[in-house]
Every structure is written in structure tokens, then in C-alpha cells.
Ligand binder design. Structure first.
Ligand code: 26V
Length: 829
């Protein structure tokens, strides 16, 4: 049962079937009739009716893949930033038009209902959203896969902007229940912590027995992930923690109810919150507990599945590929070794071969402060057996290092799993590297830098393991669902097949200069900008003109992402307009959205600065109609789906060498925004695809940054040579935007002058000039439209289907849509 293409008649039989299904759910699963149902009840009823249809496909896909004995991929990630699932699942099932009509007939609008679904915000940003896009692409490509993670009670915090300051509130995404998940009370694993290790000799072999002090239960919750056209459905399996003995009966019977409850609270705290990934994890014992909790439950689960299907633990690597999303699941290396050696009596060397052949690891950042390490002492206390295993792996590993570079103490220290310098810490990146047969970066530049910097020595020791897999995004969500008007135009221009094969987008090339097509394309953008302008009015009461250039920076607030550079440019532009109000200025709306980690004071101050600048600029009649600044609160996937289709300009302005890839850059370009960006991460590959004339590149390159940092961080030299920058910094430092507290932004002004680690001052002039180049282009609307269309036409390669096909071929060795890994792939973009 598929929905017809737009304009085609709806099958009346199918329509009445859907209506009855929704009404039945309302009655029998929600317990209400149509008269008393709230919008939320209707949403749930519709979601459940849809879920029924998904489950049939899910069970048959699972049976088929097991019957065929296919190799499975397990994607281990502490983050899955899913957003909403309702229209995503409807679209992939081909049921969007049918449900739309059915709900319309029942007197409730689909577009209203979809807003009842809370975002599943189980991720921080790019890394978590990548995991969500990958889940959808794996389902689409017919790869049997399970995503494993934690079912956090609270997702990433809800951001409220109060008087310009960020405030964090809990994100209670489960308070109305979750119609997508299936609790699996029968799928429960024990996860142990603490205690000690006993060694006994059995038949001449050392045998380790771990006597843990504490046990937590992991309970599975499954969410179906539907692939495009609904041919395949995979599961996202999230673990929830509970106490094996919640009432602690012995304590309870003595009347100590509070003491009895403490045990339960301690166990359940494991899945309470998602940690910000850009906050230093130092001292976060609970975070290490989270990591081991989900790794242990997931590996127990996959080994059990493998044994049930195959019977042979030794054959694991032939049937199972485990992908580690960053170092957060690195304990998989030690846990798999423990399972193989301690529980299945496999010899150490054989177990090691199986482990390395099974695991692979994706690195998502080179920032030294972001590389995870844990104190040895904490490991000893929480995971004594795993620490032993790490030491034993390290012995062989360091012996190899000695063999390769005899007598080179520095080399050994640099590859060691233990960092001896900083008070003995376990290095999770090194652990994941030695335990994996493939280690990948997420853009060409990032993978090259991995070889030159953090993993230089490990790459020497294990040559050939590092590979690149440039990130991608799912076009179903980021084009079809987010931008239905553009999708309609693309179907018209490139044919229906563009929905299945994004390489067809290149057919747009011939229309890029056609003025009739440009008009249609502009109309779509304008329509999306009206929707965003309305939202900005509703949310923050700022009136913006949809005819202005919408300049968008949406991502986590971080110094290296340089929102500060953007607002500094806004200030300089504001000054320039005030100096010459009659000038031929391009009307611009600067739109910001993003969250700062709760403990990241400086990033929160940058949010306040943006809001304070907005207050002054937006209320100054001299610049009215030329410049507006809008900070939209509580950025999440659903907000991104409204902003991205409405953007004209995409800000990708990180300090070169610091953004591993970026994926927002891809979403914006695919939706026709022109990028202003540095040569960083995937921006470089975007430039290579869209053409250097259709993107605005500025600023220092990664090599320049390294050289300048070595010379010192003082920026007085560049500030002296740049009156615009000098004036903007003075305005910040003197309180021009904070008359209520003139000292508020002194620290920012000081850093811009003397501690320019992120090269904000150093790159300012180049950025300001690039922005004026953007203004000039905007003045010729035909040229702008052409560049914008060519961006859409040339973004096919950034589909996550392409990325996943590469993982399947080079890392997992699994077929894509039934095609063996080595067979040539039909170019899918
Ligand atoms: C962690 C930390 C920790 C300490 C302080 C600074 C800092 C900054 C960032 C992070 C996050 C590291 C992991 C991460 O989220 N990486 C992102 O992964 C995306 C998907 O591959 C990629 O597109 C982004 O460029 C990358 O930042």
C-alpha cells in the first residue's frame, strides 16, 4: 500500500482502511473516542496505526536476513539525534499522502499532529545526527543493522533564552510516552562493576574470574528504523538501566526504605542524562559507567544473537561488524576480549584476531582536549578485569613498537595505551585504534590530519588501517521532508527517479541559467523564507523581511566554530551602515541558533553578546530594513528542518583544521544556500563538488593557523591594520551593546586582542571582504540563483547512502542491496 504521486487520485479502499485503523487505535490503545481525543491522542493513534504497518515489514526483513545467514552491522553510539519520526516513517513507507488525506477526513491536520511529537534529542550535534542519518541509510541500502545506545530519560537540555542568557532546563521527551518504542522486558542483561579478579590455573592455563561488587540490569527498548520505500526495516536498540533488586528486600525489611531506594537510584542514574560531548569529561565517573553499561549490554546481546544464528563463536568476525562511533564505546575492545577469553575459553592470540577483525572505529575530532582518557585508578575501581586486559594488550603492542623502532622511548610513550605523563590515564583513542582493523576520519582533510597528528605514530606501527569516509546526510529527511516544495520542483526537472538516485540532480545543470526555472526556484526559496520569518516572529517577536538575505549559522556554540567572528562582522557592518545610511546596502538577516554546554561559560557569554547586539541593532531606526540579528532559542533537529530550506547563506567559518567534517554545511548547500567558509573539514570537498565559483572561501588554511599559533596569539598587529575590526572590538569592550553592565564583554575584547587562539581577529578582514563579495553577488539575482541551483545540482555525492556504501565495502565487508561488496556499485550519488 503506497501513496500515489502528487496529483494522482487516492485509493478509496486504502483510505478508508487507514481511517478505521486510526480510529481503532484511538479507541483500543488510547481509550478515547473521537469526541474527547486531544491532538496528542490523535497523534499517538496515527503513529500506532503506522507502526503496525512497519512491524510487518520489520519482522519479515529480520527473518529474511537471518534465513540468508547474512553478516550484520552493529553501530555502537552513545548518541542518536533522531528528531521526530512520524513523517519520516510515513514518507519512507510511502504513506504520507494517504495518512494526510485520512487525517484530513477525520478532521485533524497532519501538519498539526506532527508537531505533537517531541524531538528525540539523544545527541549533542553532528556526531549524534550522523548516527541517525546512518541508521536510515543502512536500512535503505538493505544492510541488516542494529544501532545500540542508551535510552536517556532526559535528552539534551532544553534551552531558554532569558534576558539574552542561556538557561538549561530538563528535556522531558518521554513524559507523554513514546509510541515508536517496544519495551523488551525479556531482553535483560546483567552489567557488572567493581570488585576484584581472581586468577586460577585450569589445565595449565590461567583463568581470570571477575567477582564484581555491583550489578545493574540493562533492559532493551527497540525502535524500528524504516528505509526508503519501506523495503527494509532495522532496529535501534536502546538500553535502560535498572536495579536487579529494586527493593533491596533485606534493607527494606529492616524498615530502611530510604536506604533501599538509594540502590535503585544509583543503578537508574546510569541512563538519566546525556552528557554534553564538548565538555571535558574529567572526573565524570558516571560517564564511564554509561560507556561500559551500554558496551557490555550490546556485546552480550550481539554475541547471543550470533550464537543463536551461527553456533560458532570463532566465526564472529565473518558474521558481525561492530562500528565504534568515536571513542565512547572503546571498551568494546576489552569487553569482547573478556567475553572471548574469560567466558568462551578462546586463547588470547586467537581472541585478539577475532576482536580486531570485528571492530572498527570512527574518529570525529582532533582537538587534543577532546580525546578521551580515564584515570587508571578509576578503571581499577570500576573495571578491574578490563584494566588487566588493557595492560596485557599493551605488552604485546609495546613489544611491536620496540621491534619497529628499537630504543625509541618517545615513540613507545606516544603509542602506549597508558599516558604516563598526566598521572597515569587510559587513552581511549589508542585503545580503539589498536583493537580495530579500520580507523576512519570523517572528511578527506580530517583523515589526512589524523595521519599527520594524533595518530601519526600509530599509523606508522599499523600502516594501512586509517581510511577516510567523508560524512553524508540522508536526503529523505534533509531534502524531501524538510523541503517538499523544492523536492516537487526537482521531480519535475529531473524526473521521479531523482528520489531514488540523487546523481540525477545533475540534470539541473542545464536549467541553472534558465530564467523561467530560476523564477520557480526562487519562488520555492521565498515560500520557505516566509515560513521561517513567521516562526521568528512567533518565537522571538522580531519582524524580518523575507526579501532580505537570510544569513544562517546553526550549530553548537563553540569558540572554534567562531560565532564570534560572525557577530563581529555584524557589528562592523552595523557601524558601516550607520556611517553611510544612504549606501546601497544589501538587506540582511543574521540568524543564529545553537546550544552551549552548560558549564562552558565563555560560549554562554557569546550567546549573550549575540542577543545584546541584536537588541541594539534591531531597535536602531538608522539601520532598519538593512540589518537584523535573530537568535532562535532551543535549536534542535525540528528547528533545523525549518531554517535550512530558508537559508540563502550558510556560515561554515570554523578555524581551519578544527572542524572534522561538518554536516550542516551539506544540508544547507543541498537546499541551495551558498556557503561562506574556511578550507576546513568537508567544506573542501563541497568546494570541489560545487565549483570554486559557487562558494565563498576565505581565511587562513590549517597550515597557516599552525604557523601563526607558533608565533604567538597576540593580534595587536592585525587590529592595528584594520580600523573596522578595531572599532568593533572597542565597541564590545566598552559596553556599547551592554549599557547595563559596561564590563560584561571585556573578557571577549581582551581575548580578541591578545589571546586569538581561534584566529577570529586574524581572519576578520578576509571574512569581512568575503561577506562584501556575497553582497555584490546578491545584487545580481540571476547570478545568485544560478550559483544556488548549481549547489543543489552538485551535492548528490554527500548523500549518506554513498557514505554507508563505502563503509560497507571497505570496512564491514557486507553487501549493499544484495550486491556483493566487491561488485561495482550502481552510482547512487
Ligand atoms: C568535544 C570537545 C571536548 C572538549 C572541549 C572541546 C570539544 C569540542 C568538540 C567535541 C566533540 C567531539 C566529537 C564530535 O562531536 N565531532 C563532530 O562529529 C561530526 C560528525 O562526524 C563532525 O561533522 C563534526 O565536524 C565534529 O565536530
Amino acid at each position: 500500500m503506497n501513496s500515489p504521486a502528487p496529483g494522482q487520485p487516492i485509493d478509496e479502499l486504502a483510505l478508508s482502511e487507514i481511517k478505521s485503523a486510526i480510529l481503532a487505535k484511538l479507541r483500543l490503545a488510547i481509550g478515547k473516542d473521537a469526541g474527547m481525543a486531544t491532538r496528542h491522542d490523535w497523534y499517538k493513534a496515527a503513529a500506532l496505526a503506522l507502526r503496525d504497518r512497519i512491524v510487518h515489514r520489520w519482522l519479515s526483513a529480520e527473518k529474511q536476513s537471518y534465513d540468508a545467514g547474512r553478516k550484520r552491522v552493529y553501530y555502537l553510539s552513545l548518541e542518536f539525534l533522531i528528531g521526530r519520526l512520524f513523517t519520516d516513517a510515513l514518507n519512507n513507507m510511502g504513506l504520507l499522502a494517504l495518512f494526510d488525506a485520512a487525517l484530513g477526513d477525520l478532521g485533524v491536520g497532519l501538519s498539526d499532529l506532527r508537531k505533537c511529537e517531541p524531538d528525540a534529542a539523544l545527541g549533542n550535534g553532528g556526531l549524534g545526527r550522523l548516527a541517525a542519518c546512518f541508521m536510515e541509510s543502512m536500512a535503505t541500502l538493505g544492510i541488516p543493522a542494529i544501532g545500540y545506545g542508551i535510552r536517556y530519560d532526559f535528552g539534551l537540555f532544553r534551552q531558554i533564552i532569558n534576558n539574552g542568557w542561556q538557561q538549561e532546563y530538563p528535556d522531558e521527551w518521554l513524559s507523554f510516552g513514546n509510541p515508536w518504542e517496544f519495551q523488551r522486558p525479556e531482553v535483560v542483561y546483567h552489567v557488572h562493576f567493581g570488585g576484584g579478579v581472581e586468577h586460577v590455573e585450569t589445565r595449565g592455563r590461567d583463568h581470570a574470574i571477575w567477582h564484581p561488587a555491583e550489578t545493574v540490569q540493562a533492559v532493551a527498548y527497540d525502535t524500528p528504523i524504516v528505509g526508503w520505500r519501506g523495503h527494509n526495516v532495522n532496529a535501534l536498540r536502546l538500553w535502560s538501566a535498572r536495579s536487579p533488586d529494586p527493593l533491596k528486600l533485606d534493607v527494606f525489611n529492616t524498615g530502611d526504605y530510604v536506604g533501599a531506594a538509594a540502590e535503585e537510584t544509583r543503578a537508574e542514574s546510569i541512563c538519566k542524562f546525556l552528557y554534553p560531548n564538548d565538555e571535558s569529561p574529567a572526573g565524570r565517573e558516571l560517564r564511564l559507567r554509561q560507556e561500559y553499561f551500554f558496551v557490555s549490554a550490546s556485546l552480550q546481546d550481539l554475541v547471543k544473537r550470533h550464537l543463536a544464528a551461527d553456533g560458532q563463536i570463532r566465526g564472529l568476525a565473518a558474521k558481525v561488524a561492530v562500528q565504534l562511533n568515536d571513542t565512547h564505546p572503546s571498551l568494546a575492545v576489552t569487553e569482547l576480549m573478556r567475553i572471548l577469553v574469560d567466558l568462551h575459553n578462546i586463547r588470547w592470540d586467537d581472541a585478539w584476531k577475532i576482536t580486531v577483525a570485528t571492530l572498527s572505529y570512527t574518529n570525529h575530532t582532533l582537538l587534543p582536549e577532546a580525546l578521551e582518557t580515564w584515570p587508571v585508578e578509576l578503571f581499577q575501581r570500576l573495571l578491574p578485569r578490563h584494566l588487566e586486559i588493557i595492560y596485557r594488550i599493551n605488552v604485546a603492542h609495546l613489544a611491536l613498537a620496540e621491534e619497529r623502532c628499537p630504543g625509541d622511548v618517545d615513540f613507545r610513550a606516544s603509542v602506549s595505551l597508558i599516558d604516563e605523563k598526566s598521572g597515569r590515564r587510559v587513552r581511549m583513542g589508542q585503545l580503539a585504534f589498536v583493537g580495530s582493523h579500520r580507523i576512519n576520519g570523517v572528511s578527506a582533510m580530517h583523515s589526512d590530519l589524523m595521519k599527520e597528528t594524533v595518530f601519526h605514530d600509530l599509523n606508522h606501527l599499523y600502516p594501512g588501517r586509517i581510511t577516510n569516509k567523508t560524512n553524508g546526510i540522508t536526503f529523505r529527511r534533509w531534502l524531501m521532508l524538510a523541503n517538499p516544495k523544492l523536492t516537487e520542483l526537482l521531480r519535475e526537472a529531473c524526473g521521479e527517479a531523482v528520489l531514488d538516485d540523487p546523481t540525477r540532480l545533475q540534470l539541473l545543470e542545464k536549467s541553472a541559467g534558465d530564467s523561467a526555472f530560476q523564477d520557480k526556484f526562487r519562488n520555492v526559496k521565498h515560500h520557505n523564507k516566509i515560513a521561517l520569518a513567521r516562526l521568528i516572529g512567533e518565537k522571538i517577536n522580531i519582524k524580518v523581511d523575507p526579501g532580505a538575505l537570510f544569513d544562517v549559522q546553526i550549530k553548537r556554540i563553540h569558540e572554534y566554530k567562531r560565532q564570534l567572528l560572525n557577530i563581529l562582522e555584524a557589528i562592523a557592518l552595523y557601524h558601516a551602515i550607520k556611517d553611510n545610511p544612504q549606501g546601497n546596502w544589501v538587506p540582511r538577516v543574521k540568524i543564529f541558533a545553537g546550544k552551549a554546554a552548560a558549564s562552558y561559560r565563555y560560549a554562554k557569554l557569546i550567546i549573550k553578546l549575540i542577543n545584546d547586539v541584536a537588541e541594539v541593532v534591531n531597535n536602531d531606526p538608522v539601520v532598519a530594513g538593512r540589518l537584523k540579528v535573530a537568535f532562535l532559542p532551543d535549536y534542535n533537529v525540528s528547528l533545523a528542518e525549518v531554517i535550512i530550506p530558508a537559508a540563502d547563506l550558510s556560515e561554515q567559518i570554523s578555524t581551519a583544521g578544527m572542524e572534522a567534517s561538518g554536516t550542516g554545511n551539506m544540508k544547507l548547500a543541498l537546499n541551495g544556500a551558498i556557503t561562506i567558509g574556511t578550507l576546513d573539514g568537508a567544506n573542501i570537498e563541497i568546494r570541489d563538488h560545487v565549483g570554486v565559483e559557487n562558494i565563498a572561501i576565505f581565511g587562513m588554511e590549517a597550515g597557516d593557523v599552525m604557523v601563526r599559533r607558533k608565533q604567538g596569539l597576540d593580534a595587536s598587529d592585525v587590529i592595528r591594520g584594520s580600523p573596522g575590526l578595531s572599532r568593533a572590538i572597542n565597541a564590545i569592550g566598552s559596553g556599547e551593546f551592554s549599557p547595563d553592565d559596561t564590563h560584561r564583554f571585556e573578557s571577549i575584547a581582551h581575548a580578541l586582542r591578545h589571546l586569538d587562539h581561534y584566529m577570529v581577529s586574524a581572519d576578520f578582514d578576509s571574512y569581512f571582504a568575503a561577506q562584501r563579495g556575497i553582497d555584490a553577488r546578491w545584487q545580481t539575482q540571476a547570478a545568485w540563483a544560478r550559483a544556488s541551483i548549481l549547489n543543489v545540482a552538485r551535492m548528490a555525492w554527500f548523500s549518506s547512502d554513498r557514505t554507508i556504501a563505502e563503509y560497507a565495502e571497505d570496512i564491514w565487508n557486507v553487501p549493499v542491496n544484495g550486491r556483493a561488496p566487491s561488485e561495482p556499485l550502481r552510482a547512487k550519488g
